[in-house]
Design a protein around this ligand. Structure first.
Ligand code: UVW
Length: 320
């Protein structure tokens, strides 16, 4: 993953814009501030048919969950069930009510999830300029909790980049930029509007379920958005609050121009406060949008309230 030629993000992003301080010195939700009451109502106006789509990958699928290399799928253990009662070990409640219980161990970044704004950084500072020392032991600044407490609701727009390029799945390392997103929206008969929640489909996460893990993870370079100063300025000017994709890391893994890994985590999340929703499953929503021509919807999501969490699982909902 290390590319000795890649510049330090401090140099690459030396002139890149920042929203630090824009919402005060204590802000921990960044560009979610753009999702005002008016934006929620604008999202509600996108509901035309009452169709509901849930966008989370399932926990406990026989193949596990698609995860960033080095992380592991969740583990669920049944710790109470009928068997406990059969061998006389179940608690005997007055009235003889019985129950089943599960315990789960999971990476908070290991399924469909919101990254906390402090999840990635460079140069010892996280979102809003907080010291990266605040990540040690527990994320005491810009954790996922403030995002979870606020909730994320607005107008979502699906940008089906795979279908736009005539493919089921974009190729390893295939890139696109904001111009491509706008062209895709136009081809779908819509347009990206200010403060829209961008929901970008590449087909990548869907492909996890149709091939062997060795093939999926081989030469791991996901397709996705690629860094340029113009793209970052566009996100800033468009006041984009939230980037949702069906990839593990929301951007091409290695920027083919600079050689840096995940520079948009730095330029968008750390510097502009754009929230990232990763590992969404968008195939059913995309199929329906292609059929009925409606690619905008009310997007609503609330990650789990994990105090000091670096991220948290979520099951976003799109209502068309
Ligand atoms: C990393 O943390 C490397 O990526 P992600 O944001 O996908 O969890």
């Amino acid at each position: 993953m290390t590319d000795k030629q890649a510049p330090h993000l401090k140099e690459l992003l030396a002139k890149s814009p920042k929203n630090w301080g824009k919402w005060g010195p204590d802000d921990e939700v960044g560009s979610l501030n753009y999702l005002t009451n008016q934006q929620v109502l604008r999202g509600a106006q996108a509901i035309k048919q009452g169709k509901v789509f849930t966008l989370q990958v399932p926990f406990g699928h026989p193949k596990g969950e698609p995860v960033w290399p080095g992380r592991r799928s969740s583990q669920r253990v049944n710790v109470m069930d009928r068997g406990h009662y059969l061998c006389g070990k179940g608690p005997d409640f007055p009235g003889h009510l019985e129950y089943a219980d599960d315990l789960m161990i999971l990476y908070l970044q290991g399924s469909t999830q919101y990254d906390a704004l402090g999840h990635t950084w460079y140069d010892n500072q996280i979102w809003n300029g907080y010291d990266a020392m605040s990540t040690i032991g527990a994320m005491t600044k810009a954790s996922v909790l403030p995002l979870a407490e606020r909730g994320i609701v607005g107008r979502g727009i699906l940008l089906d980049m795979a279908r736009y390029r005539g493919k089921d799945v974009l190729s390893r390392g295939e890139t696109f930029n904001h111009e491509d997103l706008m062209a895709c929206a136009r081809k779908q008969g819509d347009e990206i509007r200010k403060s829209d929640i961008l929901v970008i489909r590449t087909g990548w996460i869907g492909s996890f379920y149709t091939q062997e893990p060795a093939e999926f993870y081989k030469d791991f370079v996901e397709p996705g958005l690629t860094y340029s100063p113009e793209l970052v300025n566009w996100f800033k000017d468009m006041e984009i609050p939230n980037l949702v994709t069906d990839t593990i890391a929301n951007e091409v893994t290695i920027d083919p121009v600079s050689g840096a890994a995940l520079p948009l985590h730095a330029a968008l999340m750390r510097n502009l406060g754009v929230t990232f929703t990763e590992i969404a499953l968008l195939d059913k929503l995309a199929e329906d949008c292609a059929k009925d021509g409606q690619c905008s919807f009310l997007y609503a999501a609330a990650p789990l309230k994990v105090t000091n969490g670096t991220g948290a699982p979520v099951n976003p909902i799109a209502i068309k």
